[in-house]
Every structure is written in C-alpha cells, then in structure tokens.
Design a protein around this ligand. Structure first.
Ligand code: ADP
Length: 216
C-alpha cells in the first residue's frame, strides 16, 4: 500500500513543481491539463486514505453494526439509480432483478450499503463496454439472498480464494483505480453480520458474488 500512496504523491509533487517553475512559459491548455492530473491524483489519494481508515476501523471493531429492519429492495433501487450514470458512460446494462415483494432484512443499513457499493463498483470496473451487471434479490426460507452478477473479465480459479484478502489484486499492473481493499471491507462487513460472501467466476465469462442476510 505504501507504493499506492507514494505514486500519486510523487506525481502531484512533480506537476505542482512544474507549474511553479514554468508558470510563465506554459500555455493555458497545458496548465489546465496539469491541474486536471493533479486533481485526479488528489481524488486517488483521498479514496485510498478513506478505504484504509474504513478498513482499519472495521478490523479493530471500532465500529460495530447497528442492526435494524430495512428494505433491501428499496436500498437496491437507490443504488441502481446512483450507479446509472456510471453504467451508461461505460455502456453497461445495469439492472435490478427482484420479485414484486418488498424484502426486509435485519442488518446494519450503512454497512450493507457500503458492501453493495463496493460490489457494484467492482462489477462495473471489471466489465467491458456493452456488458451487463445484474443485482438480484431472492427470498429464501429465513434469509434474503443477494447476487451481484457481471459479464466481465472474470477471475481465474486459482486466484478466487485470495481476492477477499487485503491488498490482493489479480492483475497488479491494471490501470484501474483501487488498492485491493474493496473486497476485504465487504468480507469484514459480512463477518460482522455472521454471514459470508462467496464468488463464482469464470475467466472471460463473468463473476457472481453472493451473500445472505437474515429476513425480518
Ligand atoms: P480493487 O481495489 O483492486 O478493485 P478489491 O478488493 O475490490 O480491490 O478486489 C480485489 C481484486 O479482485 C481486484 O483487483 C480484481 O482483480 C478482482 N475482482 C474483484 N471484483 C471483480 C469482478 N467483479 N470481476 C473481476 N475481477 C474482480
């Protein structure tokens, strides 16, 4: 993770110094470009720092779940709405698959929202243009099952047991945003709810992440 913190910092320093030293010789377009790069790297850093704080707070059990009944159906509709623009930009079809019934779970709403966000973000991140991401909610006996399925690049079987570990990334060279903490946060949230997250995935076909929460 120190590499992930240092790289954006080094880039920031470089561009800010260039702006300071060459401010009279740079064109307006160049200044604009350098400022955009600076801005993107600040976003990267603050995302990473936020994820690190969030993970360490969960890990040290500084935050414990506050469980209450809430509608996972409504939460899912809200999340689909929130990610619609990002999906449209990537020309990915993002949809919710649920029965008419309103499914109520007993869990910590903000933690479940965070877990779903991380899973949807990943599904969109690792799926190419024209793909499909489906969030589905199914009522089982005493549980509600939630699936996040994508038609993306998939995960090799040999890597699947490790993707929920901290800082684990299948392809370290990828140009995608992230530090390998998203799934570790999801796993921790599931542990705090006495449940587990599983994955079924096939390279080039896609991935499906599944978890269950108690129905109210
Ligand atoms: P990252 O910040 O790298 O996305 P995560 O903890 O969220 O970290 O995921 C760990 C790794 O698992 C990713 O780097 C990626 O290789 C793999 N991964 C996670 N979700 C998916 C997905 N939906 N499709 C393909 N690979 C995935």
């Amino acid at each position: 993770v120190s590499h992930d913190l240092r790289t954006p910092l080094a880039i920031l320093k470089g561009y800010v110094e260039t702006l300071q030293i060459k401010k009279d010789s740079l064109s307006e377009a160049e200044k604009e470009e350098y400022l955009n790069i600076t801005h993107n790297n600040i976003d990267k850093l603050s995302n990473l720092i936020n994820q690190l704080f969030e993970y360490s707070k969960l890990e040290s059990e500084q935050i414990t779940p506050v469980k209450e009944p809430f509608s996972i159906t409504e939460l899912s509709y809200d999340l689909i709405e929130k990610f619609k623009v990002l999906a449209e930009q990537k020309q990915i079809e993002l949809k919710l698959d649920t029965s008419k019934e309103n499914c109520i779970v007993f869990a910590d709403v903000s933690m479940v929202e965070r877990a779903l966000q991380n899973l949807i973000e990943n599904a969109l991140k690792y799926t190419d243009l024209g793909g499909k991401v489906t969030l589905s909610i199914k009522k089982l006996n005493k549980n509600i099952e939630i699936n996040i399925a994508d038609t993306g690049k998939g995960i090799p079987a040999s890597e699947q047991p490790y993707i929920f570990d901290r800082y684990k990334q299948v392809d370290k060279s990828q140009k995608k945003r992230g530090a390998g903490l998203g799934l570790a946060i999801v796993k921790k949230i599931m542990e705090l709810h006495d449940t587990t997250i599983t994955v079924l995935s096939q390279p080039k076909k896609g991935s499906t992440f599944t978890f269950k929460l108690p129905a109210q």
